[in-house]
Write a protein that binds this ligand. Sequence first.
Ligand code: FAD
Length: 300
Amino acid sequence: MKLLDLRKDGIDIQEQIPLSRYTFTKTGGPAEFLAFPKNIEELKKLLKVVKEEQMPLTIIGNASNLIIRDGGITGLVIILTEMKKITVNNNEVVAEAGAKIVDTAFTAARAGLSGMEFAAGIPGSIGGGVFMNAGAYGGEMQEVVESVEVITPNGEMKTYSNEEMEFSYRHSLIQENDDIVLQATFKLIPGKKNKILDEMEYLNALRQYKQPLEYPSCGSVFKRPKGHFVGPMIIKAGLQGKQIGGAQDSTKHAGFIVNKGGATATDYLDLIHLIQKTIKEKFDVDLHTEVRIIGNNKED
Ligand code: FAD
């Protein structure tokens, strides 16, 4: 079976599609093949062919924490945003990997379940959120995830408990293996619906005030190093507002790099490297990226 034969089964597979269409930075080269499975059966068929053809595989959620190099991605890229069912069972919410974190948090709120307020404005998918242990305003996925269902590249299904997920700051077990998150179950606490929704609205207003949401970006570019804050170091180093090509260190929030128009992934990476080098020289601090950097360099 060849990959494109799966189109006969109704699976949406495209070729040479610029991934800048999907990334939140609006940068990134093309996917050799790009598929949007609608359910687990379609995903399993894709994984089987990838294995048979020994093709490289890349999984993407909502592409809000990704820089894809300008040379694009070889092999098959799977975007999971069509697998997006969210269900509420008593005090639990079960969300498929491609469901938006925001939609999951609001579904929980409307069901009078508290715990996901922190996530009201995180623009990723559940799969990406679990992979990253996404967090904000004092909350983290780690605190609300009860279990995570995954499929291995060999098609084996597994369920991890919260403890087995090895969550820590912007880290989970899924970063150490090739598992694909299928869905997560969140254990929440009954609360007053209006109070939960008010808290979410408040946190989103804070976000709007502090973050340059009017421009494409990938959120905070760097992880917070122990004992330091990224934004103030960048400001002290004189790099806030620094622009390379179309990528600019945000004048509103120095921890963000925004696309002011026409930025390439290379512009982003050049600016990231300049910031890392300068911060090391000035403060002897190593900045590690929170944003995941994948794909091929562009050949000249
Ligand atoms: P993607 O960017 O698609 O992928 C990120 C990584 O997860 C990749 O390595 C990918 O391979 C992997 N992945 C995705 N889905 C799966 C899956 N199903 N199975 C296995 N691996 C998978 N983050 C925060 O933590 N807190 C914030 O407050 C926050 N604010 C943000 C604000 C803005 C404006 C933006 C643009 C981003 C922000 N982010 C924040 C970053 C981002 O939204 C989170 O990291 C989010 O969890 C990423 O989810 P995603 O679906 O977009 O992942």
